[in-house]
Write a protein that binds this ligand. Structure first.
Ligand code: SF4
Length: 351
């Protein structure tokens, strides 16, 4: 098997007449590529770089500070585990918990809803972080809260959508990406057609991929060939899960409760229409509105270069803190915190 894989990769690389730069946009791909050693296997002819596909990593410090504001106001924070370790302005939700804030880890948005149901005398805010894949599950919890007329359950929404950062990266004059491996999970919701701007506006070949090493290698070959032939196509290399129009029912659920808003992305800045917030008619569940959260100035972690890692400008190993003062046990930035973070994947599996 190993020999066959090496032959396959050698054949793929022999068809390339120059070094090509491909970005895997999704954090799950970053982990799969690192764990299977694909990055090293295809280097140096294919330079695989990681993009802004880890939702915790791209959540901006300004937004993390808003979660801190909620905790300061006595609201109980319900969040997935990664978020409690993200440092911002010298503290984390963990350190705030140690100082008395009520911060609890939940395993799903429905868990968050159930927690609020059980303790009606307390106010709970669920930290809604994620892309198009996670958003329907968050909206599912919101829908339950609306039906049950819960008065103590709120969502702080940092949900984001993928086309915005893809357009930013595709149009960036210095990044010069030859091709994208597009996120498989997000694509199950938004569908292949949602990326057509990559072929029409930016002329960049791209492929939607699954997450098995075989998926990634076969799709890398197809994408490399498209790059060599200058064929700016959006290829569906994950047909067993992704349809042309994605999942209209899930999108309809999102459209019922959410609307696009401008959002901050770490490393990128504000991108118009790239976030999702609760519609005005549901704002009594919107923690940001109900608790009057404001944008405060926060200090970035000194020396952390997550912003450049997220854009693929540098590799984690180019950060002077990597593996020294910054490790998964003692993360300086979010890219080392999250399981899907690029720095964490490089630390665990090597380059
Ligand atoms: Fe930030 Fe740590 Fe990654 Fe450096 S190694 S960019 S400090 S997360």
């Amino acid at each position: 098997m190993k020999d066959e894989v090496i032959k396959f990769v050698e054949l793929m690389l022999s068809e390339l007449n120059r070094i090509i730069k491909i970005m895997e946009v999704c954090g799950t791909h970053t982990v799969a590529i690192s764990r299977a050693g694909i990055r090293g296997l295809v280097a140096p002819k294919i330079k695989l770089i990681s993009g802004p596909g880890c939702p915790v990593c791209v959540t901006d410090d300004k937004d993390i500070d808003k979660i801190f504001q909620l905790a300061e106001k006595g609201v109980t924070i319900l969040t997935f585990g990664d978020m409690v370790k993200v440092p911002c302005d010298g503290k984390t939700l963990y350190t705030m918990k140690a100082e008395g804030a009520d911060v609890r880890i939940v395993y799903s948005p429905i868990d968050a809803f159930k927690t609020a149901m059980k303790e009606p005398s307390k106010k709970f805010a669920f930290v809604g972080v994620g892309f198009e894949t996670t958003a329907p599950t968050i909206v599912g919890a919101l829908e339950l809260a609306i039906k049950q007329e819960l008065k103590n359950f709120y969502i702080i929404s940092f949900m984001k959508t993928m086309p915005g950062p893809l357009k930013f990266i595709a149009g960036h004059p210095e990044l010069k990406i030859d091709g994208f491996i597009l996120p498989g999970h997000v694509s199950t919701i938004i569908g292949r057609k949602a990326y057509e701007f990559l072929e029409t506006e930016y002329k960049i070949p791209s492929i939607i991929s699954g997450f098995e090493p075989q998926d990634i290698l076969v799709n890398l070959k197809e994408l490399s060939l498209a790059i060599m032939k200058n064929e700016a196509r959006v290829i569906n290399g994950y047909k067993r899960a992704v349809r042309e129009d994605g999942n209209p029912k899930a999108r309809e659920l999102l459209e019922r409760y959410l609307e696009p808003c401008d959002a901050y992305w770490r490393g990128i800045g504000k991108l118009e229409g790239s976030g999702l917030k609760l519609k005005k008619e549901y704002e009594k569940y919107d923690a940001e509105v109900q608790f009057g959260l404001v944008e405060r100035s926060v200090k970035e972690a000194r020396g952390c270069r997550c912003g450049e890692v997220i854009l693929g400008v540098i590799e984690p190993t180019n950060c002077p803190l990597f593996g020294k003062t910054c490790t998964p046990g003692n993360p300086v930035g979010p890219c080392m915190v999250s399981f899907e973070g690029t720095c964490s994947a490089y630390y665990k599996y090597g380059e």
